[in-house]
Ligand binder design. Sequence first.
Ligand code: RP5
Length: 344
Amino acid sequence: MAASSAERQAMSRALALALRGPRGVNPQVGAILLDADGTVLAEGWHRGAGTAHAEVDALSKLDAGAARGATAIVTLEPCNHTGRTGPCAQALIDAGVARVVYALDDPGALSGGGAERLRGAGVEVEAGVETEAAQALLESWFTVQRLGRPEITVKWAQSLDGRAAADDGSSQWITGPASRADVHRRRASADAIIVGTGTAIADDPALTARDGDTLFPTQPVPVVIGAREVPADAALRRHPREPLFYSGPDLHDIVADLRDRGMHSLFIEGGPTLASAFLAAGLADRVLAYVAPVLLGGSRVALNDIGVASITEARRLVVDEWVPLGDDLLAVARLADAPQAQTK
Ligand code: RP5
């Protein structure tokens, strides 16, 4: 039976509840229990790995037996997996829930299959309600499920002749205010912002996401990669999130560690050595190239060795958008050889 308007409304509310949970290793999920008249019996959401899942959180707010015959509205297919907590599909069956309406299938190899388990126990299941909003909520979590690592965006600013700095190393600013404001908005939606020690020392960046002097409510964790010591009074050490420093390890290990810390999206902000290393390692899904109408000449190119020895090895891009920003132009592009580009 298709979802009723009360069920659709409850799904929108469940999506808002999901947002109360942290972005992390587990997906953000919200759940609502409705009685036969569509009245809300209880609400729940997931508060992060190791804590009750949204359905169980909602059930825990009711007396035993009170969910008998109820409808559960859940933003993600109830899990079928015993991890640190038990399978939600079974908890719903045990509570006597008669109908489950959910937005998206759980893609997890271990956690998927909840709908089948529910149906097997005689519970009515309706999937695919408010999928677009649920997809937007869980996009970066799905990326981690699909790729096994966070989504990686490599950003740089360059002169029209492809330079990231003048020959003395000065680079502030190549692009105009509209481009820089755009960068800050994008920083705010990333989980981590990554620079090399070269950039950390030469530019002393704050690495915050801000509008003028005002910080956006969400801030990426600043991450610095490289062997050199970042000064004790560096601006990034005053960042509202505690910075992470990696000195030696392989980029793949660093990315895996950031994933294990619950990060879904990484924003690589330079400089050229670090950006090139991520590209060369195949650790880039998206490129943001801000191009300014200025010439710098000299040797400080925006990218150096990305593993392309000959034109036949060129890394092709699929441009999603050319965005005019004041006098600058931003290319928002995907690497044609990135796993994501092929599935879109
Ligand atoms: C990067 O961000 C540049 O490399 C520059 O060093 C840095 C500036 O960061 P904020 O100090 O504005 O945070 O684009």
